[in-house]
Design a protein around this ligand. Structure first.
Ligand SMILES: Nc1ncnc2c1ncn2[C@@H]1O[C@H](COP(=O)(O)OP(=O)(O)OP(=O)(O)O)[C@@H](O)[C@H]1O
Ligand SMILES: CC(C)(CO)[C@@H](O)C(=O)NCCC(=O)O
Length: 413
């Protein structure tokens, strides 16, 4: 079902009973992310299968019960600075009606929505004022790890490597996932050693992250949007701005220490020796150099952190990446170069939604008890599990925006 159908003039009661939404939020320093569930029109009740519009692929019918509910898991993001657009979207879709009633006060009408990130604190009053709902705050690190673990364990083609223009999906063995380093590149960067479900430690971080790229890029190129800055970086050449080893060594490599003439010796260093103003440089070259500088730096710190804890696998998440080939390539090359091929950089299809997915999963029984509360379930399942349809994950390599929806099914046990 296209979730936008809810905008077509139905009143909120009809929408609530007809489609049942479940919403979770991750409101960060730069972006507010939403994950919400929309039920398919023709859902399945109890163990009686009425008509399934969705193939519950990846799970054979003989090995699992029929799904009790089919639907879509939807992903959407807004700039945090335009939080009102986010509120407007929630309102137009009536998503706030998909929260849960406070268990301790079932009689009360207070609806709570799971929320994580700093904005869960910063904007709590705004949500209360606008919708009368409470944000049920979940810790950001808990959610990032829960989201990453869930996606890596559940979605068939979630993880991939990217180097030299080659994207390769990585098969994840659930029994051999841990330990790994999760590097979340949001406004700032968090590095988390993950050893199991709920077993993790934030071991490092750096303030030179996505916010730095966007903020400095805005100041240096005068571009108006993040997408414009990314676009510029596609077209630029960092050699116009960076000082290379060859610039210092008269065009030669410094092979004794393993540096080729084309290695960047000093990011933005060319600007010191040229009698030029900022406007004499092409914005696209500046954008390219900036993206490379920040990606290299994060790649190097990630490698050092992985080395410190003997971790061989590094998963990169966060919306700084935006599945940008150049960013992924730079991070991969940095990890590969510094670790001499020992450590591996991997990326996630749902890179920027780890925290929001974690918040979604943190609801009681994955939020599915509430989800089913409005259903006429003849035999409510005692145990629920949530499964994303493995073959339906869109391969949006051309679409770098990140907003999407994927088929999923809820199973009883
Ligand atoms: N449309 C966009 N607008 C603004 N920034 C974007 C956009 N798309 C990607 N980005 C990049 O993603 C970064 C934010 O990533 P993400 O949403 O993962 O972090 P966050 O939750 O906002 O930050 P933090 O976790 O540090 O609070 C931005 O700083 C920017 O570099
Ligand atoms: C402050 C948070 C956790 C907010 O998401 C993030 O922006 C971050 O990890 N910044 C880096 C801070 C540091 O470790 O230096």
């Amino acid at each position: 079902m296209d979730p936008r159908r809810a905008e077509t003039g139905k009143n909120s009661d009809q929408i609530q009973s007809g489609h049942v939404y479940h919403l979770a939020l991750d409101i960060g320093g730069s972006l507010a992310k939403l994950v919400y569930f929309t039920k398919n029109d023709e859902h399945i009740v109890g163990s009686e299968k009425k008509k399934s519009p969705v193939k519950a692929s990846g799970i054979s019918n003989s090995s699992r019960n029929s799904p009790v509910l089919n639907g879509r898991l939807n992903f959407k993001k807004f700039e945090t600075s335009k939080i009102n657009d986010c509120l407007e979207f929630i309102n137009s879709m009536k998503l706030h009606l998909g929260g849960c009633q406070q268990p301790e006060s079932p009689g009360s009408q207070t609806i709570t929505i799971k929320a994580t990130g700093g904005g869960a604190y910063k904007y709590a009053d705004l949500f209360k004022e606008k919708f009368g709902i409470s944000l049920d705050k979940e810790d950001e690190m808990d959610c990032l790890v829960a989201g990453a673990n869930f996606l890596l364990e559940t979605i068939h083609q979630e993880a991939f490597t990217y180097m030299g223009n080659q994207k390769q999906f990585v098969w994840i063995d659930k029994n051999d996932l841990y330990p790994y380093l999760l590097v979340n590149i949001g406004s700032g960067v968090g590095m988390i050693k993950v050893e199991g479900d709920g077993k993790f430690e934030r071991v490092s971080g750096t303030s030179i992250g996505g916010g730095t790229f966007w903020g400095l890029g805005k100041l240096l190129t005068k571009c108006k949007s993040f997408d414009e800055l990314l676009d510029l970086s596609y077209r630029g050449n960092n050699r116009a701005v960076d000082m290379l080893v060859g610039d210092i060594y008269g065009g030669m490599d410094y092979s004794k220490i393993g540096l080729s003439s084309t290695t960047i010796a000093s990011s933005f260093g060319r600007a010191i020796s040229e009698n030029k103003e900022r406007d004499d440089y092409k914005p696209e070259d500046i954008a390219r150099s900036l993206l490379r500088m920040i990606s290299n730096n994060i790649g190097q710190i990630s490698y050092l952190t992985a080395l410190r804890f003997g971790l061989k696998r590094i998963f990169f998440g966060g919306f700084f990446i935006r599945r940008h080939p150049f960013t992924m390539d730079t991070l991969s090359v940095a990890v590969n170069f510094w670790s001499k091929g020992e450590a591996k950089a991997m990326f996630l299809q749902h890179e920027g939604f780890l925290g929001a997915v974690g918040a979604f999963m943190s609801s009681d029984k994955h939020g599915l008890k509430e989800l089913l509360a409005n259903q006429k379930v003849e035999r409510p399942p005692s145990k629920l599990s949530f499964s994303l349809d493995q073959t339906q994950v869109p391969q949006q390599d051309g679409e770098l925006n990140g907003d999407e929806s994927i088929e999923c099914s809820v199973y009883g046990a």
